[in-house]
Design a protein around this ligand. Structure first.
Ligand SMILES: Nc1nc2c(c(=O)[nH]1)N[C@H]1C(S)=C(S)[C@@H](COP(=O)(O)OP(=O)(O)OC[C@H]3O[C@@H](n4cnc5c(=O)[nH]c(N)nc54)[C@H](O)[C@@H]3O)O[C@H]1N2
Ligand SMILES: Nc1nc2c(c(=O)[nH]1)N[C@H]1C(S)=C(S)[C@@H](COP(=O)(O)OP(=O)(O)OC[C@H]3O[C@@H](n4cnc5c(=O)[nH]c(N)nc54)[C@H](O)[C@@H]3O)O[C@H]1N2
Ligand code: SF4
Ligand SMILES: [Mo]
Length: 861
């Protein structure tokens, strides 16, 4: 067995290093290729977190590569009428002809207004190319997962909250050292981080004597099944539980890490009556109250003994009266008692109280631990979660409450506590923190700049802290008169199938029909491709060049993707399509050229400035291939490891302790316990919108909602689904599993091996309901039923279970395939997302997070 990169002189038997893209975790792989044919994929044993293992989807990659249902040639539509049940009248055309059509369309759009082009979709593999192409074309309609379900249906709430608190797209438990880990709505060990790495790490943790896992989830996920305690909760109410837990910590148990709050957060900054920090008259620096001398001082005054900094109280200074942010949080949490949360969440006050105490006690406040010869705070307790917590209209405040609990007990980035994931810019080293204003960390996640009229289809100008807003594009495209945007005239969509993955199918379809010309670069003619005017086949991850910054919480470094076999059917890499088009359009070089923007993408991928200036920041350069771009990247980012990266596909190393943990990980900067940042964003937005009289001109915006969430501290507000009529007496949710995942996992639907394996599970693609609820409704196990929301309906077979909250039913998401490309065509209960509401009302007021739970009724079909 020889491990080597694929070369043009291909040995008869080789193992090619690359990484998996069956989901976004990117586990390193070795592909066994015999005589040019991929015969097996294995995990790459040199990878520190995954250690030579793969999940079922990773193992099934060969089925994607050799899937006979793949799109093989370009096709153009001959029937101008568009609809799910309308035959596009596909006509196969040559690549030459396809490129000529594309060039002509792009020229026509650009002559009119480059902003009429939108670059959409974008899975993890393609974001550099499409975005760089869009930017060099001159459109603003790129870079925000436009027209796609990513972000918006994914973790918008968690991303904004995580970025705000510790420059990380989310929080993960430090299972290596944890004693008490509470997971709120995440498929730990399956999807929430790589199933491969986290399956092992969770297994190790479970083997330790002192480890308690608590899973809060309306259904008994596999993580919950492994947990010491499963807490079934009513969907979309987690925020109430989390706020009540903070109430218990501060108002009952008196547990908080005062030292951490004083040194690593802005908890002691004095906040004035206007909600903003009191500032030193000369220096403008925020003031704190020094109890040792009983006077206000600049926060960074070296004369202050940090432990003498006031966290509670009210103080008179020469610039006004102020209270520490911590005092404001303390007062604010008084209202959120466990008794208040019980009827909202259905979790008993006693349970909430007990869990808060267990969390607080397991935090070992004050203790330290030595790792690699250095002493760190030891706080082996945390709360974390992902989509279950974040995919509701109250996502931001719920995710924020989750982040703040960890801050209160000093566990954010402490040993055993809450770890960072990647930061916004996906640097090679996850979630590096940089200095920002007022002694706080800086996050590259900055509010979107205001402009009126809006430049982007997803109107982030009105929603500056929304991570992305892809699906709103469908509403704005179909109803520009409501939103004040200019509809686009051409969309290039690459990857993604929003007809199935986006909220409210009808809204997506209306938006797609309103796009005059759509190009879809895709593996299959899926449900979204049915609306395209031109479909272009793409290569799979086993046939392409790509690089990744690291998506794992565990490691740092880079990895590459390279063709393990020559692309089938002569399909070019989409990058090569963009390169060809940029050359034809004359947009390849120059400061705003395609190459420059590609180089910029390398910078966001971790190319250090010194190296980049020398090697990649050449504005006269023309990239000739995806391969060359990947080579340049490797050279720029990992100059010392170049040979290693080519040999083993990566240079990943376990992230050293000093980069993971406080104090060093914050580089001496603080995290915000009190977010005058968010308040400021809201105040600026209001000023801008009033100055432009936006609400008078844009009827689709509701001023009550637009500004609603911009507060300095998280508060409770119920999800929009609580307003549905009482006849919709149940909640409907769906979830991922390691094999039958949804987003990034219409995967088993188009993979015969995975579908066969998934369907052996008698619960797969059934409508799961608590048997006691079903009996009350006289519905039998196995019966065919309809599930109806105010927005749509699905129909499938009922399955009794004891492992779901009695008010909740659950089924597979993103199903309902109707094209021949999917082996799952015609199977399962239809498309869950047709149950979801549409438009701004069903999105988080500031995050645009789509509400992914619905209120439904159920009856015999
Ligand atoms: N195997 C696999 N791995 C994947 C993917 C995949 O498709 N397959 N997709 C990748 C992607 S794109 C993402 S975003 C991540 C997502 O990773 P996760 O967020 O972990 O995935 P989900 O299963 O969508 O949601 C997690 C849990 O939330 C629960 N839940 C639903 N509603 C609520 C609620 O209101 N409250 C609470 N507390 N829980 C709730 C569900 O029952 C489920 O157990 O996974 C990534 N990894
Ligand atoms: N009901 C429900 N809806 C959801 C979710 C959920 O849990 N439940 N999850 C949400 C989340 S977290 C996310 S991230 C989104 C994901 O939403 P999408 O991005 O739309 O979904 P995926 O399943 O990742 O992508 C599916 C499409 O990508 C194509 N594809 C795969 N590989 C390639 C490739 O190499 N090149 C090209 N060009 N195309 C490729 C496949 O052919 C398929 O058509 O879904 C969201 N929607
Ligand atoms: S978790 Fe599975 S599907 Fe995802 S990258 Fe790793 S091996 Fe591939
Ligand atoms: Mo996602």
């Amino acid at each position: 067995m020889s491990h080597a990169a694929a070369t043009s002189s291909t040995p008869a038997d080789q193992w090619v290093p690359s990484h998996c893209s069956m989901c976004y975790h990117g586990c390193p792989i070795l592909a066994h290729v015999k005589d040019g044919v991929l015969v097996k994929i294995e995990g790459n044993p040199t990878a520190p977190a995954t250690r030579g293992r793969l999940c079922p989807k990773g193992n099934a990659g060969a089925m994607r590569l050799y899937d006979p249902k793949r799109l093989k040639v370009p096709m153009r539509r001959t029937n101008p009428e568009k609809g799910l049940d309308i035959d596009p009248g596909w006509e196969e055309i040559s690549w030459d002809k396809a490129l000529n059509i594309l060039e002509a369309k792009l020229r026509a759009v650009r002559d009119k207004d480059p902003n009429l082009l939108a670059m959409g979709g974008f899975n993890t593999h393609s974001w550099h190319w499409g975005n760089a192409f869009g930017l060099s074309f001159g459109t603003s309609n790129t870079c925000k997962n436009l027209f796609s379900a990513m972000g918006h249906m994914c973790g918008n709430g968690a991303h904004t909250a995580g970025e705000m608190i510790h420059n990380s797209m989310n929080t993960h438990p430090d299972l290596e050292y944890a004693e008490f880990t509470m997971i709120v709505g995440a498929a730990l060990g399956e999807c929430y981080q790589s199933a491969v790495a986290y399956g092992r790490i969770l297994g190790d943790a479970k083997g330790r004597e002192k480890f308690k896992l608590v899973v809060v989830d309306p259904q008994q996920s596999r993580a919950a099944a492994m947990a010491e305690e499963w807490v079934p909760i009513r969907p979309a109410t987690d925020g109430a539980m989390l706020l009540a837990m903070m109430h218990v910590l501060l108002h009952e148990a008196n547990i908080y890490d005062a030292h951490y709050l004083r040194v690593h957060t802005n908890a002691g900054y004095l906040i004035g009556a206007d909600g903003y920090p009191l500032r030193h008259a000369q220096s403008g620096k925020p003031l704190v109250w020094d109890l040792a001398t009983n006077q206000a001082r600049e926060y960074d005054d070296p004369a202050i003994d940090p432990d003498q900094l006031a966290l509670l109280g009210r103080f008179q200074t020469t610039v006004g009266e102020g209270q520490p942010g911590f005092q404001l949080l303390h007062d604010h949490l008084r209202q959120y008692t466990p008794e208040w949360a019980e009827p909202i969440t259905s979790v008993s006050a006693e349970t909430i109280r007990r869990l808060a105490n267990e969390l607080g006690q397991a935090a070992h406040i004050g203790e330290t631990i030595e790792i690699d010869g250095k002493t760190y705070p030891y706080r082996p307790a945390s709360v974390s979660g992902y989509r279950g917590l974040s995919t509701h209209t109250n996502a931001l405040h719920t995710s924020w409450a989750m982040e703040l609990i960890n801050v209160l007990i000093g566990s954010t980035r402490a040993v055993g506590g809450a770890r960072a994931w990647i930061g916004t810019m996906m640097p090679t080293s996850p979630a590096t923190t940089l200095p920002g204003p007022d002694g706080l960390i800086f996050t590259p996640f900055q509010p979107h700049a205001f402009s009126f009229p809006p430049k982007m289809s997803s109107i982030p100008e009105y929603f500056p802290v929304a991570f992305d807003a892809g699906l709103l594009c469908y509403e704005t495209q179909a109803h520009p008169e409501q939103y004040g945007n200019t509809p686009i005239e051409m969309l290039i969509n690459e990857g993604g199938n929003p007809v199935l993955t986006g909220m409210n199918t009808q809204s997506t379809i209306e938006g797609l029909k309103a796009i005059p010309y759509m190009v879809d670069i895709t593996l299959y003619v899926d449900e979204t491709a049915l609306f395209a005017d031109l479909v272009l086949p793409d290569v799979t991850y086993l046939e392409r060049w790509a690089w990744e910054g690291m998506w794992s919480v565990e490691d740092e470094g880079i990895q590459i993707q390279q063709p393990v076999v020559q692309p089938l059917y002569g399909i070019p890499h989409s990058a090569d399509i963009y390169i060809e088009l940029a050359n034809r359009l004359g947009t390849m070089t120059g400061p705003l050229g395609f190459s420059s923007f590609l180089n910029m993408m390398q910078m966001t991928g971790g190319a250090t400035e010194a190296v980049s200036q020398a090697t990649v920041n050449d504005i006269t350069h023309s990239y000739r291939s995806a391969k060359e771009y990947v080579e340049t990247y490797v050279r720029a980012v990992a100059p010392q490891d170049e040979a290693l990266v080519w040999k083993q596909g990566h240079n990943l190393k376990s992230k050293p302790a000093f980069k993971r943990y406080v104090p060093d990980c914050f580089g001496g900067h603080r995290i915000p316990l009190y977010s005058n940042w968010l308040k400021q964003v809201g105040d600026d937005l209001r000023r801008n919108m009033e100055a432009h009289d936006v609400f008078a001109k844009v009827p689709g915006l509701d001023p009550e909602r637009v500004f609603f969430e911009y507060a300095p501290l998280p508060f409770w507000h119920p999800s929009v689904i609580e307003n549905e009529l009482p006849e919709f007496d149940l909640y409907a949710i769906n979830w991922r599993t390691a094999i039958g995942g949804v987003g990034a996992g219409t995967v088993p639907a188009t993979n015969a091996w995975l579908l066969e394996a998934a369907e052996r599970d008698p619960y797969f693609a059934r409508i799961l309901i608590n048997s006691s609820t079903a009996r009350k409704k006289n519905l039998d196990d196995g019966q065919r039923v309809c599930v109806e929301s105010p927005h749509g309906r699905i129909e499938g077979l009922l399955k009794y279970t004891e492992t779901i909250h009695p008010e909740v039913l659950g089924t597979i998401g993103c199903w309902g395939h109707i094209t021949d490309a999917a082996v799952a065509k015609g199977r399962g209960p239809g498309n869950f997302n047709s149950l979801l509401g549409r438009g701004l009302k069903y999105m988080g007021p500031s995050t645009l997070q789509a509400e992914c739970a619905a209120r439904v009724k159920i009856y015999p079909a």
